[in-house]
Design a protein around this ligand. Sequence first.
Ligand code: DP6
Length: 330
Amino acid sequence: MAADPRSATAVAHANIALVKYWGKRDAGLVLPWTGSLSMTLDAFSTRTTVHLDADEDRVRIDGVPVTGEQYRRVVAFLDLVRAMAGRSGKAGKARVDSWNTVPTGAGLASSASGFAALAVAAAAAHGLDVDPTALSRLARRGSGSASRSVFGGFALWHAGHDDASSYAEPVPSPGFAPAMVIAMVDTGHKSVSSREAMRRTVETSPLYRPWVDSAAEDLAGMLAAVTRGDLDAVGEIAERNALGMHATMLAARPAVRYLSPATVAVLDSVLELRRAGVSAYATMDAGPNVKILCYPEDAGRVAGAASAASAHCSTVVAGLGPSAHLVGRP
Ligand code: DP6
């Protein structure tokens, strides 16, 4: 059995997909239909401590005990880590304490930073010797997008065809460090989870297959654009890929609509900025908030335009963030 350090703390940052993951072909293993590519942010992180000293798994997020489906999801993940460590039964039951600087469940990638931090902390607490690829595969089992938050900067998640081949890896982008302005128009809990929305989309949307087909071209184009540091190409592909993803959900039965009037107002402000010659491009996830890619020197102007577009819009300017990592023992 592995050595037993008993407790560990890890920090992971949110990532925003520039080419989206939307739809699983294997829900149990969390294998996606498409590959995706993201930018890890230096804003919005999760800090998680795992102590292996409990009789039962206990999970708290921001100090509040977690119950129901969310609890079962964390326990299923802890079971995976225990199986990797060769522990079963009561052995290795955990106390998990997680603190978010990102609103939970608001389409701001809390599950990505959350499960990436949990993967790193739980693996370390169990004394597992795992490389970043194995950590990415493990994080993926908790939440698909978490596979990418294991890495800093830009990360490409290979869709793969089985557990071993579905993992993320860093995409080198020498000298390319755009800003991402997060325009938060609503940080409340979303009405339909991304998990349920993507399941419904895959099963019922007539637009899903065409989006999957176009995603391969988007991914190849995005990889090349990030590698050569071409912000306009990155932005154009990111915006069309995200709008296409939302089109697939709008065509689901019943429809899933995350975009609100405030979202559309911010999208209009991005178009206005482009007409004025500013390189600014929008992407949206499973929620109404808008993330705007731009040059760092334009971030203030972009944030101002987004705030002016909608009465309740607040903004955060993010840059490239670090890999998930262990921090000093608690
Ligand atoms: C729209 O990773 O939250 O943010 O695997 O079911 O946990 P699960 O889904 P999740 O979905 C993220 C969807 C997205 C796009 C993306 O991050 O690629």
